[in-house]
Design a binder for this molecule. Structure first.
Ligand SMILES: NC(=O)c1ccc[n+]([C@@H]2O[C@H](COP(=O)([O-])OP(=O)(O)OC[C@H]3O[C@@H](n4cnc5c(N)ncnc54)[C@H](O)[C@@H]3O)[C@@H](O)[C@H]2O)c1
Length: 338
């Protein structure tokens, strides 16, 4: 550190589970950050914290150990509200894993508490930092597809046994609902959904959503915990072709509209009447959680333009998820409150 450089921000992680372990790993090496510790009553089961003295059983113990500037809340979703309230009382900035909260009521309480104390806060919609989606959005903004006709997302795979408190809509489809409005640049206004409960748990394990955003672009989303293979795909169809982002591999491919016709009939049957060029872009790939933490660190350091996902955006995803649940239960198309 040079004499004039600011003191590093002291950062911690609450929850050392599947997600928290990555935050802990990265916060221990993030420039401008000093790792203050992690809290998990179950300890450091994944062995990611280098100094065992920095693993605490309670938040109180962590707070007693020294100053804390920022914390990542990587707890089961129903625990987000009590953790966020405890952090606001201690004036600690927070990055709350997605979904912001289990209900819109909880999310409103978090937002009110954070605003009351004037704290920096963000939501961990990490897909917004995936290089494939970042590049896709940039290309849409540059007009590569012309008019956008459809945003379609797919997020399917096997059930992660550890998720007990919410169903696939709040746990996974919140990613898609956030991606749709971010990519379309417009909030979701209507949803119509179908769900299935196939594994005998109280919450749904499959959801199909059709909907529309305020700018009139339709979208669909397919999400489940039943598929034997993992897919995370966002497809945007427009006037000049289609962009497809695969966020597991961080690949982005552009399928241009076809100009080339063929008189080979069996080839036409397989490939359609025309086929355009397909280009898979070479992308600079940085780890999305690292980019997310860098943005959060910059926000806490005072950069008002740090590209974090705001609490309002996190709230919109929870509210859209509740509209999806309401539609699935009522069998009706539901308007999402503005
Ligand atoms: N952004 C993403 O892509 C992504 C991916 C997975 C999970 N998540 C989110 O991250 C959050 C955590 O999910 P997970 O999969 O890591 O869950 P997990 O069950 O693997 O981990 C949760 C951890 O929190 C600990 N814990 C529970 N109560 C606690 C408390 N009061 N104080 C401290 N620790 C406590 C548990 O012991 C456990 O180790 C959820 O909100 C989930 O939706 C986000």
């Amino acid at each position: 550190m040079t004499p004039n450089s600011p003191a590093p921000l002291r950062a911690a992680v609450l929850g050392l589970g599947m997600m928290g372990r990555h935050h802990a790993r990265l916060l221990q090496t993030l420039p401008g950050v000093e790792f203050a510790g992690a809290v998990d009553p179950a300890g450091d089961r994944h062995g990611v914290v280098r100094d065992p003295a920095l693993v605490f059983a309670t938040l109180e113990q962590l707070l007693d150990s020294g100053r804390l500037d920022m914390a990542v809340v990587a707890l089961p979703t129903e625990e987000h509200l009590p953790a966020a309230l405890a952090l606001t009382s201690a004036d600690v900035a927070m990055l709350i894993e997605k979904p912001l909260a289990a209900t819109t009521e909880d999310a409103e309480l978090i937002i009110a508490a954070v605003r009351h104390r004037g704290l920096a806060a963000a939501v961990g919609h990490v897909e917004r930092f995936n290089p494939s989606l970042v590049a896709l959005r940039r290309r849409l903004e540059a007009g590569q597809l012309g008019d956008v006709f459809l945003v379609a997302t797919e997020r399917v795979g096997p059930f992660p046994e550890r998720i007990k408190d919410v169903g696939v809509i709040k746990d996974l489809a919140t990613h898609d609902l956030d991606i749709v409005s971010w990519i379309a640049g417009s909030p979701i206004t209507t949803v119509a959904a179908q769900t299935a409960h196939r594994t005998g748990r109280p919450h749904e394990d499959l959801v199909l959503v059709n909907g529309r955003v305020a700018s009139d672009v339709p979208f669909n989303t397919m999400v489940d915990w039943l598929s034997p293979t993992k897919t995370r795909r966002t497809r945007v169809l427009g006037d000049r072709g289609m962009l497809v982002a695969e966020t597991v591999t961080a690949d982005l491919t552009f399928y241009e509209n076809g100009q080339v016709t063929s008189d080979w009939s069996s080839s036409q049957a397989l490939r359609g009447v025309t086929e355009g060029d397909a280009t898979r872009y070479a992308l600079a790939r940085s780890e999305p959680i690292r980019s997310e933490l860098e943005a959060f660190r910059d926000l806490v350091a005072g950069d008002p333009d740090a590209p974090v996902v705001t609490l309002a955006q996190g709230f919109a995803a929870v509210r859209a998820a509740e509209a999806v649940l309401e539609s699935a239960q009522s069998g009706r198309t539901v308007q999402v409150a503005p």
